[in-house]
Write a protein that binds this ligand. Structure first.
Ligand code: V47
Length: 367
């Protein structure tokens, strides 16, 4: 009875377009009325994005897996300590060669991230961006998380604004949303070692936005965090978005424990994944887009998420290393035709977008 009342109270607020509180976010998570939750999130999604579902044609470049951070969720699965077996760092020529192999006329984005490698100077990153921009001028470079940007200030001993300006001049288009993990002060060090705090992640994102560069935001869930800590994470993002409006989209990332120190933990369940998409859509009323990242969710569940609040499936990718390193069972890539079929079979209209959500017009056949 109590739960029913809470859900109908929240439903009324959602229909009036009113902002939900922390407590209401937690109540939504606690409810197992997944149908009502999905319908509420779907209503909001349709209000914001009508029947459209976005995807893009992108490739990932992970230039190094060498990382000084003892991050429990990534060390061993993807990252390696300096000098440790299995570590790699691509020479710039290797990056360009890889990019040339991955390039096709339909490519609109390179998604570029790597570990915090103490042997690389800032010039490596600047030359990487310049070299890619010169070779592929029409491809958007979505590069470096807030963690990497903060690291660049440490290796250069320069202010963040200076670092961002150098990267922008070299060709940086926008920033991906990784490294946010979970902001809560209790949980964060238990999964992310001595990675920068949640407060610092938000501060770097604020600076990026204030300099006119857009970025994404993520939340890693399904490890040792509480439901309250998830809702707290969403509210901190919502506050920053109120201030800057600089986030393009939000991407909840389901934790894959294999090969990490948390290998004993179970993977997330379908119920939890769909609830997280729906609660995110309902809490983040100032985010235009919620991405169902098929790499972590599986294409089938990501497709269902398109009826639970998500309006974006991310991209074709082809080679993803970070979450595959931690055992995700999904394949490495999808063709445009496969993504469009998933979207159409969910009753949605596929729209190919660029990184900044402008529709991409094509005359070619889908491949
Ligand atoms: O920052 C690390 C997460 C992120 C694991 O901005 C893990 O468009 C699951 O941020 N299990 C990288 N997740 C991926 C990412 C991303 C992906 C797609 C699109 C965008 C975007 C960003 O993956 C890391 C971390 O939060 N991660 N280890 C793991 N074991």
């Amino acid at each position: 009875m109590y739960n029913f009342d809470v859900m109908s109270f929240i439903a009324d607020k959602v229909s009036r377009g009113e902002r939900l509180s922390f407590e209401e976010g937690v109540e939504l998570y606690r409810s197992n009325d997944i149908i009502t939750l999905g319908r509420l999130a779907d209503d909001v999604r349709e209000r914001l994005n009508s029947n459209v579902t976005y995807y893009n044609v992108n490739r990932h470049i992970n230039y190094t897996n060498v990382c000084v951070i003892d991050c429990q969720l990534c060390q061993g699965a993807y990252a390696r300590k300096p000098g440790q077996e299995g570590g790699y760092t691509m020479q710039l020529e290797q990056v360009f060669h890889f990019a040339e192999q991955e390039y096709s006329d339909s490519l609109t984005e390179f998604h570029i991230v790597g570990g915090l490698n103490p042997d690389l100077p800032l010039d490596y990153y600047l030359d990487l961006l310049r070299g890619l921009k010169k070779r592929f001028p029409s491809v958007h470079l979505k590069a470096f998380t807030m963690i990497e940007l903060d690291f660049f200030t440490k290796i250069t001993r320069k202010p963040l604004e200076w670092v961002i300006e150098q990267l922008r001049e070299a060709g940086l288009g926008s920033c991906p949303g990784g490294g946010a993990e979970i902001f809560a002060e209790r949980a964060r060090p238990l999964i992310a070692g001595h990675k920068i705090s949640g407060t610092r992640w938000l501060e770097v994102a604020r600076t990026v936005h204030n300099m006119g560069i857009r970025s994404n935001a993520t939340m890693l869930y399904g490890h040792i965090e509480t439901l309250e800590e998830r809702v707290d994470h969403l509210i901190r993002l919502r506050q920053l978005q109120d201030e800057t409006g600089g986030f393009n989209c939000f991407i909840p990332l389901a934790f894959h424990p294999e090969h990490t120190v948390y290998a004993h933990l179970p993977t997330t369940t379908g119920m939890d994944d769909l609830k997280t998409i729906a609660v995110s859509r309902l809490m983040l009323d100032n985010f235009a887009h919620i991405k169902a990242y098929w790499v972590t969710l599986t294409p089938s569940l990501a497709q269902i998420a398109l009826r639970f609040g998500a309006d974006d499936l991310d991209g074709t990718i082809i080679e993803e290393r970070i979450i595959h390193g931690a055992g995700t069972p999904t394949s490495q890539g999808m063709t445009r035709a496969q993504i469009e079929k998933l979207i159409r079979d969910a009753g949605r209209t596929p729209v190919e977008r660029d990184t900044l959500y402008n529709p991409v017009q094509r005359v070619s056949e889908l491949v």
